[in-house]
Design a protein around this ligand. Sequence first.
Ligand SMILES: Cc1cc2nc3c(=O)[nH]c(=O)nc-3n(C[C@H](O)[C@H](O)[C@H](O)COP(=O)(O)O)c2cc1C
Length: 359
Amino acid sequence: MNLEHLLSPLTVGDMTLKNRVIMAPMTRSRASQVDDCVSALHEAYYSQRANAGLIITEGVHPSFDGKGYNRTPGICNDEHVAAWSRVTSAVHRAGGLIACQLMHCGRVGHPDNKATGTRMLAPSAIAARAEIFTEQGMQAMPEPEAMTVDEIAGVIEDYRQAAERCKAAGFDGIELHCASGYLPGQFLASGSNVREDEYGGSLENRLRFVAQVIDALASVMGIARVGLRISPGNRYNDHVDADPQATYGALLRMAQRKGIAWIHAIRMPSTGIDSLALTRDNFSGVLIGSDSFTAEEAETRIAANEVDAVSFGRLYIANPDLVARFESDGPYNDMDKRTIYGGEGAKGYTDYPLLSGDA
Ligand SMILES: Cc1cc2nc3c(=O)[nH]c(=O)nc-3n(C[C@H](O)[C@H](O)[C@H](O)COP(=O)(O)O)c2cc1C
């Protein structure tokens, strides 16, 4: 199969990607339960996948309040910077680029997954009507605290400081997780934001938080190293908006005005919204498409200029040398569903075989 478009270089803001194969952000729940640090396992896992033009890390919390899930890593202190530095260095040594996905979960989470004394902060005191995995099993998500305007400023400052730490840790970029009902999405959506101040009500007001977070990240990294992940209309985590097409259209035009480096759009036909077309209609920068792509479809869609690059998630879990497998038209390893999330284990994380037969 000819993959000349997929395997051609791409400029994304200040980065030059060697190909248009992106490793999608994927939570794998293997950070330390004690201190939310990544380890030598993560170093091996990510550097094995440095064949991607750009790796986007699993969701990383910018502050301890921002943690929602069990065993996700943070970038909240100097220990986290030191741990992530070893990961970015290993990826760079292997010839790759790596961006940190900042994921503040807001109202999505459970106290059992969070450090003692941390808070669940949200635009409004409305619980997500959904359950979340904890060590004690699935549990309902509790009602979060509605933030004051000063507390919102504090969270934006947390993002800015996280960007400082990302820079210190050697990340090439930052992707703001604005999909799947996490804090930025909670501000955008009318179902989770019923504020009556400058952060709620009108579309302009609901966009304000995301706009200010983007500015905070860009003040550190430069806007040419900041991207945004979106999934318009996706109701995951009780993310419900009266008019996602309008909300995300306006969000994309705001991102366009700011000159953000990339939009990473999850396509989800079940929503009735074509997120790739919506992005192309409102944003002229780099568009990374996501969800259920094969190499062949990625090549076709890039050649047709429908997207500029494509991210691969599950294929990268099972195939560390994915680009080589694309080049040889397979074969592909199957993903072991039992080891997707899990503890400190290398099993199903760093032990998938390479084409060459090496572990
Ligand atoms: C195990 C797993 C964990 C994921 N974690 C995240 C995450 O932390 N952040 C995010 O934006 N998307 C996350 N996703 C979504 C993926 O980035 C991607 O959009 C999805 O897997 C569809 O792409 P694929 O068909 O190539 O796997 C996750 C997906 C999987 C399978």
